[in-house]
Design a binder for this molecule. Structure first.
Ligand code: SF4
Ligand code: SF4
Length: 497
């Protein structure tokens, strides 16, 4: 059971006695849940570290390259593959363009993302937190920069403990300059998703970009610098709501980072190939704690501060190899398997379980609805507004006339002409202000590409054809180019019998 109290204070023996500025910032973020201490994580290599780097470079590559991808949509339309065009009120995703009226697709995407996260968490624990969360990705990069400039764990601890010298000042300035550069590149790349990338880059460097652009770059630069450089693990432990409820997605078969307590304890110092006499395989080297980016001691059990990055597995496997002991004292395994292994029973991987079936089923269903809806969506939207005052007009010949505002949104990139008829009431006649028509039963509505055509429409009907104060009427719009028809129900108001 994860509790806030179980957040590990890390390796107490090797921690500097005084708090640093970053620890003070972390403390400010804290809500008195756990003591805020500076974490000096050690460099580690291994399978999971390699995997984490691959994921980091892949995600950063996608993020920075994304705005530069082009997609030909024809003349007069942005050719940026991924673009949220605020002035044009359109979002572009390669061949798909989303209008503001279709914002439900965004909601669908968010639902898919959320259910996907539930499924992945039920299957493999906090892989999102440990490998793909932007906070983890940027913190990894920042830590790497810190290590390159200030050295590994011991060198950084020594540097922070020591007096302010020219060397220390230069290293600190270089580190923060590099952090700020990465933060600015992050903020700059984000802006490019909202404007044509080559244009916005040119404008930024020639001082021609708008105040809004500079303002947002400044905002994203500051948040990246503060969150990835200063707050780091404090974001995961104190700020992010996800660890608080992700426990609800776990069960005993979820794969998580676990410590084989039954084999590791009682821990103690040991020689190569020979565990401590009468003791377990954990040689109490504290390497698993030293590499942990959140300062967790996984040997104390599952904890909220553990982001599931698996670096402690790499660390411990390295020690086990050196000691000539079996690997995976810390492993990606399920609690059920740990219990089975402790009893010398067969461990199994149970991916198909009621909760994973439900998550996968809902995910597939929502994805199928989204795909179907996208594949069959019309490039046209109709909006009909009945005049409120007057509701109807009595004409001199005894007929009743109703007025409507008839709007056609043509999402196609070519001009379209539509014919409009009405059915449901015997003897109706249609007219549109500003248009002459030979046939009183049909009007033609031309609409420019990518725009809304708004028409003042009058419908006249003999009083004898009306059923009461309101009679149902169906407008039938036909696309002249494709022959496809679109019906829209409306009401026709009259004086009643
Ligand atoms: S790295 Fe492995 S052996 Fe070392 S303290 Fe951690 S669990 Fe024990
Ligand atoms: S305990 Fe292990 S898996 Fe959890 S955050 Fe620390 S290093 Fe990563």
């Amino acid at each position: 059971m994860m509790t806030p109290d179980s957040v590990s204070p890390g390796n107490l023996e090797s921690r500097p006695p005084r708090r640093t500025a970053r620890a003070a910032v972390a403390e400010r973020f804290a809500t008195a849940v756990a003591p805020a201490v500076q974490v000096y994580s050690r460099r580690i290599s291994g399978t999971f570290r390699r995997l984490k780097w691959q994921v980091v470079w892949l995600l950063l590559g996608l993020y920075y390259v994304g705005p530069w991808l082009r997609w030909n949509r024809g003349p007069g339309v942005p050719d940026q593959a991924l673009l949220i065009d605020m002035p044009g009120r359109r979002a572009y995703f390669f061949g798909i363009d989303i209008w503001p009226q279709e914002v439900y697709y965004l909601a669908g995407l968010m639902i898919i993302g959320a259910i996907g996260l539930f499924l992945v968490t039920a299957l493999a624990g906090r892989v999102w937190c440990g490998f793909t969360c932007p906070q983890t990705v940027w913190t990894d990069i920042y830590m790497w920069v810190e290590r390159v400039i200030e050295g590994d764990r011991n060198a950084r601890m020594k540097l922070d403990k020591g007096p302010l010298t020219l060397n220390k000042a230069m290293k600190k300035v270089a580190k923060h300059a590099a952090w700020l550069f990465i933060a600015a590149a992050t903020g700059g790349a984000w802006i490019m998703y909202f404007a044509d990338a080559p244009t916005v880059v040119r404008d930024i460097f020639t001082g021609q970009a708008s105040f809004t652009v500079y303002g947002f770059i400044g905002l994203f630069t500051t948040t990246t610098y503060v969150l990835a450089g200063w707050a780091r693990e404090a974001v995961c432990i104190y700020m992010c709501p996800w660890p608080r409820f992700q426990g609800a997605m776990f069960d005993e078969h979820s794969l998580i980072v676990t410590y084989e307590n039954w084999r590791g304890e009682p821990r103690g110092k040991a020689k190569r190939g020979r565990p401590v006499e009468g003791g377990g395989h954990c040689v109490d080297c504290t390497m698993c704690v030293q590499v942990c980016p959140t300062g967790v001691d996984i040997r104390k059990g599952q904890q909220m501060a553990c982001i599931g990055c698996a670096l402690c597995i790499d660390a411990c496997n390295g020690i086990m190899d050196k000691m000539g002991l079996p690997r995976n004292l810390i492993a990606y395994d399920s609690n059920a398997n740990q219990v089975a292994r402790a009893k010398d029973k067969r461990a199994t991987l149970r991916l198909v379980r009621p909760r994973t079936i439900i998550y996968a089923g809902v995910l597939l269903l929502v994805a199928a609805i989204m795909t179907y809806s996208l594949a069959t969506r019309t490039r046209l939207e109709i909006n009909v507004l009945h005049d409120r005052a007057p509701l109807f007009v009595r004409l001199s010949g005894g007929d009743i006339r109703n007025g409507y505002t008839y709007k056609v949104l043509n999402m196609a990139r070519e001009p379209r002409a539509y014919t409009l008829t009405a059915r449901g009431i015997e003897g109706t006649a249609l007219s549109v202000i500003g248009q002459a028509s030979d046939d009183p039963n049909v009007v033609t509505l031309p609409v420019k590409p990518d725009s809304v055509g708004s028409f003042r429409l009058f419908v006249r009907a003999p009083r004898a054809s009306l059923e009461g104060k309101t009679t149902e009427l169906n407008f039938v719009l036909t696309d002249k180019a494709t022959g496809r028809t679109y019906e829209h129900a409306a009401l026709f108001a009259g004086p009643g019998r």
